[in-house]
Ligand binder design. Structure first.
Ligand SMILES: Cc1ncc(C[n+]2csc(CCOP(=O)(O)OP(=O)(O)O)c2C)c(N)n1
Ligand SMILES: [Mg+2]
Length: 633
């Protein structure tokens, strides 16, 4: 055993330790003076009226729950709600598509820890919201969707735009209900907020028939509480000790940290914990900001684009703590992790165990903050085997050196046409301020950042683990509205960006501090790569025509710049950062670039057409083997 402890009475807290368990408070890291949307639930004062309409009562409950911003493509049926929200100083943002509204709300929720709001109208609006609510579920984001429906008297007749949204969304959201009785207006908001924030957070939906919004809500705002705050019991110290012994008694222990750490605002506590027991950390997929990447104990992010050292290190781990992660398919490299010889434990609000036969030794349903608090308390009384600590320290240096080499993305000898995606990422990592929020869309372009970008602070990376195309730009807009003054840089491919690029205008209108970087290879590259892996039948519904994204940006009032070579990138980026308005950098890529480590063969590169040609005209080169079998993200 590498650790022994002085037993302390269970539940005894050392002096000066603040209980913070599970309460959705803001980041300690937020710059001074910054007032993120939704951080002060008391800021929105309820408007007292004698006869409050349902729309007003709903707005009142939402404002009390900390909602400060709502995203919507409105319809006639929700106008009473918008009036109620506006009267309570909730910022209303019109989006160009409901998917974007839901993506933006998800971004706000993830960054603030508060419930956020998106609003749509009837069947079409609800259907468009679906992709964003699906993403919010995967990302544990407490998004509240309100959908206006047809009048109660017309229901069941296939009235105009009628849809049974409660039934349709039941499998997508955590909880869905229709408000039929105006007297329930206040209580339905309470239930929605409670369901969205309780346990593992997630999206909820309220459907409100058109005739219900404007009638008087008997009881007005009821006794809606300020905000549902979750209180978690302290985890069982005996189980915590078991986990600590598992880690400290191992030779190659490892921590896999996920969104549960971010949601519990526990990055600092995790750093302290990992440093105390000298166990390194890998981040789960698209949660690279969970641990400072410049800390010597950080070894990279799992999933698509992971530096090769990450899977190797996970496979060689003899003990693994899965902390605040659901161990999803891509995070676990197709459920390969934990490997057969890894003893492991999981701590999560809703631990799910593994898909493999390797059962965890400890499964603890606990908030990460509470677990780390108890663990640190136990460790404060523990005596460590110094030889084991030294051995781990030496091994950690080797592991870290392996990560630093494996995460280099700009060292290929390459003078082909267009922009090298790895050099773009290396430049971004060097030039962007550490508090910049990076968002990512779905596609192969994203694997370069996954491998090579370095995150320094929690709350600086938004990438949906549902993998929806079209996410990057709306998430960046939502992020800057949640964190005023902060820069957000959206990374997207030409395919995904085009799905929601109408939101460039939203960014301009809302003065969002956003720079979008579009990696244009003229194709649905990730899918084209999988096609190439199946043989020579490439280009079946995967090649796209050319779009001048810079001109589109310009037409929307943003700065649009075309970047056709590596030399042009940094000056263009600096121009975008100083533009004082949203900017889009359109990068022409050689279409044969796929993921890092799969460079176009030199002879193929020599034949490549000029980069000034539309990227869509460039043929796929040698079939590139997918790095993992999971190419769609
Ligand atoms: C909404 C949605 N539709 C389809 C997919 C499947 N898909 C994953 S990546 C991808 C291609 C993305 O193309 P692009 O944005 O140009 O990025 P690239 O892979 O070319 O870098 C597709 C179609 C998805 N993830 N989301
Ligand atoms: Mg593409």
């Amino acid at each position: 055993m590498a650790m022994s402890e002085h037993q302390a009475p269970a539940g005894e807290a050392p002096a000066g330790e603040e209980p913070t368990g599970g309460q959705p408070v803001g980041f300690g890291e937020a710059p001074a003076g910054e007032a993120p949307a939704g951080e002060e639930p008391t800021g929105n004062q309820p408007v007292e009226t004698e006869a409050m309409t349902v729309g007003a009562a709903l707005a009142d409950g939402l404002a009390r729950a900390g909602v400060k911003i709502a995203f919507t493509v409105p319809g006639e049926s929700v106008l009473g709600l918008l009036e109620g929200l506006s009267a309570r100083h909730v910022r209303l943002v019109a989006t160009r598509h409901e998917a974007s509204a839901a993506f933006m709300a998800g971004a706000v929720s993830q960054l603030t820890g508060r419930p956020s709001l998106c609003i749509g109208t009837r069947g079409p609006g609800a259907a468009n919201l679906a992709i964003g609510l699906h993403a919010a579920r995967a990302d544990s984001a407490p998004v509240i969707a309100i959908v206006g429906g047809v009048r109660r008297s017309l229901q069941g007749r296939e009235a105009f735009q009628e849809m049974d949204v409660v039934r349709a969304f039941d499998p997508i959201v955590k909880w869905a209900a229709e408000l039929r009785d105006p007297a329930d207006a206040a209580s339905i908001v309470e239930r929605a907020v409670a369901s969205a924030t309780k346990g593992r957070p997630g999206p909820v939906l309220i459907s409100v028939p058109a005739d219900v919004f404007d009638v008087v809500a008997p009881g007005g705002n009821g006794h809606s509480p300020a905000l549902h705050l979750e209180h978690h019991n302290d985890p069982d110290p005996i189980l915590v000790r078991k986990i600590l012994h598992l880690l400290t008694g191992a030779e190659r222990p490892l921590i896999l940290a996920g969104a549960g750490v971010l949601r519990a605002r526990s990055t600092d506590a995790l750093v302290k914990f990992a440093e105390t027991i000298r166990v390194p950390v890998v981040a789960s997929w698209r949660r690279g900001d969970v641990f400072p990447n410049d800390n010597p104990l950080y070894l990279g992010m799992t999933g698509n684009g992971a530096p090769p050292n990450v899977l190797e290190r996970l496979e060689s781990a003899d003990a693994l703590l899965v902390l605040g992660s659901r161990l999803g398919e891509i995070t676990s490299f197709g459920y390969q992790i934990p490997g057969p010889s890894t003893r492991w434990a999981q701590v999560d609000l809703e631990p799910r165990g593994a898909a493999s036969a390797n059962r965890p030794e400890v499964v603890m349903a606990a908030d990460v903050a509470a677990f780390l608090r108890v663990a640190q308390r136990v460790l404060a009384r523990a005596a460590f085997d110094s030889a084991a600590l030294d051995a781990r320290t030496a091994a950690n240096l080797v592991d870290r050196a392996a990560y630093e080499v494996a995460s280099i993305v700009d060292d290929e000898a390459w003078d082909g046409p267009g922009v090298h995606p790895g050099r773009v990422i290396a430049t971004l990592a060097r030039v962007l301020p550490p508090e910049t929020i990076i968002t990512t869309d779905a596609g192969d372009f994203g694997t370069w950042a996954a491998r090579g970008y370095r995150f320094h602070r929690p709350g600086t990376f938004l990438g949906s683990t549902a993998g929806p195309m079209g996410y990057g730009l709306p998430a960046a807009i939502g992020a800057t509205l949640a964190r005023p003054g902060r820069l957000a840089v959206a990374l997207a491919g030409d395919g995904g960006f085009a799905m929601t690029m109408a939101e460039i205008e939203t960014a301009v209108r809302e003065r969002a501090k956003v720079v979008a970087i579009v990696f244009d290879n003229g194709r649905y590259g990730a899918i084209s790569r999988s096609q190439a892996g199946r043989g020579d039948r490439t280009g079946l519904a995967t090649h796209l025509g050319s779009v001048d994204f810079a001109q589109i940006a310009d037409a929307c009032g943003a700065l649009g710049l075309s970047v056709n070579s590596d030399e042009e990138f940094e000056p263009a980026l600096r121009q975008a950062l100083e533009a004082g308005r949203p900017a889009v950098l359109h990068l022409a890529l050689d279409a044969r670039w796929t993921t890092p480590g799969v460079a176009p063969a030199p002879d193929v590169a020599a034949d490549a057409p000029d980069a000034s040609e539309p990227p869509g005209a460039v043929d796929q080169g040698d079939p590139a083997e997918p790095e993992t079998t999971l190419s769609e993200q």
